[in-house]
Design a protein around this ligand. Structure first.
Ligand code: ADP
Length: 674
């Protein structure tokens, strides 16, 4: 076994690999960029080497620099994690040339699977079933169009070098093909430096089921069962689980064996995932093989009781696989939710900023390994409170993984665990995940890749929230901040108030920081009796500070109708974030003494949804456009975002050109509504 390895990655996966190394007594070397100087993964390793600027191209993608770091620190092997250089054949061969072990498959296997198109040709030869489509070398647009016409719409365009859903475009009609092809090629070139595409028949309501495989250098290849990753947004996985629910034992075995055949066909060694797309009838087709450890590997660890990073290290060190196929077992059920800094309701746009408050559910100790002990809740995260989500890297905050004896038990645990997640700072998908895991189709295991889109109304729409209770706590926190104990006179004195018939009356105006809603709470205090007036009701109100720093409690009503609520409140300026009854709410205090915010926003103001670069300007000043017409295309985090017209009207000014870098919220164009 190795004495020291370098981890050529960042974030949660670098921390994850370091945890196994620590357990096995292997020393670790972290690498980091400017933006990551104080990152958790640096602290998680024994040594750290600075490798360059914040942009991935200036640090985590610099092959020479990373090899040099391994040499300088005496690391015998490099674990690439996922993303960055994990599936880069040049990197694997550079390691080989430097006499450093690449903890991953042989260069040839990466090369064979690195191009989706070439992989399909290989799989065809190995009799692994494929989706109908075109994966040829000839990339003449006219030919591609003809192929698409022949396959029949809808078709799916994919970047051959792709991953993470980037570049993928569904094309419904012949007329839309050319524009989609151009956009796919642009994104593919930007993300992968290669604009080759392939075309597939777009299957309706398919499932994404994948098989974890492992191979050693001694001719053994096994499968570690399956995972269902059908719940996706923009073709990126949101929820993953093992085993895939509802598969017949024969289908499960046939998929496992097909995955092993695929791995053998390319002389695979190490951890890999063979992804299949599955129809309602249980037919499955090869999609691609990922030649690395996957983000969702923890669910497989939970049901097999194994540590896959340990297996990777053993295989890379030349040991045989620890277990044979007939010694592997799949017990219970595990589900993973990816907690992201993003705006689900705004097309899942990434969100950035400092994590001013971060509280994750209590994870049980990470005790996987030979003993097979399983954690009921596991959190894999590379981020701590106080860290910043920057636009440079993937905005994942944490992976939340739960285990249960049955799927229902795992689901119940997931629901509770999500309720315990508290994030103040960037926007997150926590509430969206809560709705998703409690949605009827997910709970009943009716999984397919269109689940989110099909249920968009209930997943994104307005939901009942404990507004009154949360307001009662927000008011308690505000009154505390503005001065004074609950029973004292000072809270009232510190705020503007007036005297009415001998009682103090105080109005606190709140608004939804993101929407239009306003909430007025009027307190009255007559002697020791306080009342709260909200939503047309006046009720007795009591509040207090809890034991912890941010804890508050309140009762509203009295006698049989008294409602008691406790929760945590974090003030970020005048925005009060309340976590209570398993929900997160935010209210902005309208400090009437301070300057009224200038709410003047001209109609048709078009602003950048996040910092990024303008990559296409589709209109000229004077253009008359329909509502929804695409106006400008921005690129941020390697993804394209099209800014559309909010209403029909005339474009009067275009403020940026192609190549311009724009700040979050910058106005891009000026329009006059019709
Ligand atoms: P990437 O490598 O970019 O993640 P994949 O080829 O793995 O791309 O596909 C990602 C997802 O896109 C799949 O999980 C599935 O939801 C969807 N998908 C891929 N191919 C098809 C297809 N032919 N028909 C329908 N959906 C597909």
């Amino acid at each position: 076994m190795f004495n020291k390895i370098l981890i050529a990655n960042r974030g949660e996966i670098a921390c994850r690999v370091a945890a196994t190394c620590r357990r096995l007594g292997i020393a670790t070397v972290a690498v980091y960029s400017d933006a990551d100087a104080g990152a958790k993964h640096v602290a998680a390793c024994d040594e750290a080497v600075h490798i360059g600027g914040s942009a991935a191209a200036e640090s985590y993608l610099r092959i020479e620099r990373i090899i040099e770091a391994a040499r300088a620190t005496g690391a015998e092997a490099i674990h690439p994690g996922y993303g960055f250089l994990s599936e880069n054949e040049d990197f694997a061969s550079a390691c080989e040339q430097a006499g450093i072990v690449f903890i991953g498959p042989p260069v040839e296997a990466i090369a064979a699977m690195g191009s989706k198109a070439a992989a399909k040709a290989l799989m065809q030869a190995a009799d692994v079933p494929l989706v109908p489509g075109y994966h040829g070398d000839d990339q003449d647009p006219a030919l591609l169009q003809r192929e698409a016409d022949q396959i029949g719409y809808p078709v799916l365009l994919k970047a051959s070098a792709g991953g993470g859903g980037k570049g993928m475009r569904v094309v419904d009609r012949h007329e839309d093909f050319a524009a989609a092809l151009a956009s796919c090629k642009r994104e593919a070139a930007a993300s992968f430096g290669n604009d080759r595409v392939l075309i597939e028949k777009y299957l309706t309501r398919p499932r994404h089921v994948e098989v974890q495989v492992f191979a050693d250098r001694h001719g053994h290849t096994v499968y570690l069962f399956d995972r269902d990753c059908s719940v996706q947004r923009r073709h990126q996985k949101v929820l993953e689980e093992a085993p895939a629910p509802g598969l017949a034992a024969e289908v499960r075995r046939a998929m496992g064996e097909a995955a092993v055949a695929a791995a053998r066909a390319v002389g695979y060694v190490g951890a890999g995932t063979v992804e299949f797309i599955m129809t309602g009838s249980g037919a499955f087709y090869f999609m691609e093989m990922n030649t690395r450890l996957q983000v969702e590997h923890p669910v497989t660890e939970m049901v097999t009781g194994l540590d896959l990073v340990e297996w990777q290290l053993r295989v890379a060190a030349g040991e045989p696989l620890p277990l044979r196929q007939d010694e592997l077992t799949c017990t219970g059920h595990a589900i993973e939710a990816r907690i992201y800094a993003e705006h689900p309701a705004r097309g899942f746009l990434p969100s950035t900023g400092t994590l001013k408050h971060l509280r994750m559910p209590q994870g049980a100790a990470f005790t996987l390994g030979t003993a097979g002990e399983r954690a009921a809740v596991r959190i894999d995260s590379g981020i701590r409170e106080g860290d910043t989500i920057t636009p440079f890297y993937d905005p994942m905050i944490a992976k939340l993984i739960v285990y249960g004896a049955t799927r229902d038990e795992a689901l119940a645990r997931m629901k509770r665990a999500l309720e315990a997640c508290e994030v103040v700072g960037p926007h997150t998908n926590v509430e969206f995940l809560q709705r998703l895991v409690t949605s009827h189709p997910f709970m009943t295991g009716e999984l397919d890749t269109g689940l989110i889109e099909r249920h968009a109304d209930s997943l994104f729409g307005a939901h009942d929230k404990p507004v009154r209770e949360a307001l009662a706590l927000a008011c308690a926190a505000l009154l505390t901040r503005e001065g004074g104990a609950p029973q004292g006179r000072s809270p009232w004195d510190a705020l503007s108030h007036w005297r009415l018939n001998g009682a103090y009356t105080q109005k606190l105006a709140w608004r939804d920081p993101e929407g239009e809603a306003a909430f007025d709470v009027v307190f009255s205090r007559d002697g020791d009796t306080q009342t709260l007036h909200y939503g047309g009701k006046t009720e007795p109100y009591r509040w207090w500070r809890g034991e912890g720093a941010h804890e508050y409690g309140a009762t509203i009503g009295d006698g049989g109708s008294e409602v008691r609520t406790t929760g945590r409140v974090f003030a970020d300026g005048d925005v009060f974030h309340v976590f209570c009854n398993g929900a997160a709410l935010a209210f902005e205090w309208q400090n009437l003494l301070a300057h009224a915010a200038d709410a003047e926003h001209g109609e048709g103001r078009l602003t950048a949804p996040m910092p990024g670069k303008v990559i296409a300007v589709l209109v000229e000043p004077g253009a008359i456009v329909e509502k929804g017409a695409p106006l400008i295309v921005m690129e941020a985090m390697k993804m394209e975002h099209t800014i559309g017209a909010p209403a029909a009207g005339k474009v009067t000014e275009v403020l940026y050109g192609v190549g311009d870098q724009v700040a979050d919220g910058a106005q891009l164009l000026v329009m006059e509504a019709q």
